[in-house]
Design a protein around this ligand. Structure first.
Ligand code: MTE
Ligand code: MO
Length: 406
């Protein structure tokens, strides 16, 4: 007969934290047994999220915001979307934690402790826009599999850490380096330790940008566990899937990184437009790089009611991947005419920009307010759904809200 094994003490401690009290007789818990009190964990409490956030999936956890919850200039944790491909790692302890840099194009393999990283390299802080490549997926037809994100898989927090380039240069980069790939501590859904939930990366040029951080703080505090504690790669302006959470290893590659979710239709779109529903061969798919121009009206909430004669002051954010947003406009006549909004400059490169406008309505009735951003290369958001693709990425159609004048 197989001997009964018991849960590790460390696992028990973390379960007790979630339950909020000691598990009396916890040492007698059989391995793999999940206490009832933990099977219905309240994600809002667990992740300290606002109750108005939408849970799209619990295995793995995927949670999104609503447009009006993203009104802050800097996104607080409670409104920040969570996108996980695997299971959140447990017991992340900075004391035993290390970061290793390796790969064909690293001049040496080097391992740093958390303390070394923090003391050896200069600290930098940037506001960085992170948008999931699949944000807006729910609109595509035929529908795409995956989390049905509406508009809330985007955030712009203040990230503090060290520059990835400083660490890579400390290790030494060979001339043939073309890409970096991250390896993280999260657990594959199958729980097979040989499989990685996700292991993506960026071209070496993006890795060497000043704003590409190995962050240890978000909004001035330790990064919340769900967002990558203790160390996270943050490469703003690109699909957020390149911003690896719970980073343990970064490989400097002499070819395009070939980790989990770099191939097939994962985070790739047809290199040339295809008809909705068309099957696309792997070799005709291209990796998503800089995200397209987009904007979001964060005030008021859709459905706002105003009295005739009242002026409406709308607010929102606009972002354009690697580029700056040059213009934001609004329309109240379904896109027939557009007027300029006030638009702030970004606080730093790759931070979203804030816009506002004071709108008057000619008479009582139903209106929609549409917002449209244009990037520094004069590319504007489409009014309707852009190019269909198998996984439903890059929906940057104009955001709109309903307004009633009574
Ligand atoms: N290790 C790891 N990093 C990851 C992921 C993941 O599942 N595991 N998801 C990626 C994806 S697809 C997105 S959109 C962002 C989401 O970041 P957030 O959960 O902090 O908002 O993290 C990225 N980094
Ligand atoms: Mo994502």
């Amino acid at each position: 007969m197989k001997r009964r094994s018991f849960v590790k003490k460390s696992v028990m401690t973390s379960m007790a934290t979630v339950l909020g009290s000691e598990i009396v007789f916890g040492t007698k818990l059989p391995n793999g047994y999940i206490p009832l009190g933990m099977q219905d964990v309240d994600p809002f409490i667990l992740f300290q999220k606002d109750k108005r956030m939408t849970v799209l999936n619990s295995k793995p956890w995927n949670i999104e915001a609503k447009a009006h919850l993203l009104d802050d200039k800097i996104t607080p944790n409670k409104y920040m979307f969570i996108r996980n491909n695997g299971l959140i790692p447990e017991n992340m302890d900075v004391r035993g934690w290390t970061l290793t840099i390796d790969g064909e194009s690293a001049k040496q393999n080097k391992t740093y402790t958390f303390k070394e990283l923090k003391s050896k390299f200069e600290h930098h802080s940037y506001q960085l826009t992170l948008e999931c490549g699949g944000n807006g997926r729910s609109e595509f037809d035929p529908p795409a599999k995956g989390n049905q994100w509406t508009v809330g898989a985007v955030s712009c927090a203040q990230w503090t850490g060290i520059r990835l380039k400083d660490v890579l240069q400390d290790v030494g980069i060979k001339d043939d380096a073309v890409y970096i790939g991250y390896h993280a501590a999260d657990i594959h859904l199958s729980r097979d330790p040989k499989k990685e939930a996700i292991s993506r990366g960026v071209p070496i040029t993006k890795a060497l940008q000043d704003e590409t951080l190995l962050a240890f703080q978000m909004n001035g505090e330790d990064i919340p566990l769900a967002h990558g504690y203790p160390l996270r790669l943050v490469a703003g302006g690109w699909p957020a899937s390149v911003s690896g959470k719970w980073i343990e290893r970064i490989s400097i590659r002499n070819k395009v990184h070939d980790g989990a979710k770099m191939m097939g239709s994962a985070y790739r779109v047809p290199c040339n437009p295809v008809a909705p529903g068309e099957k696309v061969n792997d070799q005709d798919m291209c990796i998503i790089e800089s995200m397209p121009v987009k904007s979001l009206i964060t005030y008021p909430k859709t459905g706002a009611m105003l009295k005739k004669g009242e002026e409406l002051r709308i607010r929102g954010h606009a972002w354009a991947g690697e580029l700056e947003v040059a213009k934001t406009e609004y329309s109240i006549d379904f896109g027939s005419t557009w007027r300029d909004c006030l638009l702030d400059k970004p606080v730093n490169r790759l931070a979203w920009q804030h816009f506002s406008a004071a709108i008057s309505f000619p008479k009582k009735g139903y209106y929609e307010v549409w917002a449209r951003a244009t990037d520094s290369q004069r590319v504007s958001q489409p009014m309707l759904l852009p190019g269909w693709n198998p996984k439903g990425y890059l929906n940057n159609a104009c955001h709109r809200i309903a307004v009633k004048i009574v």
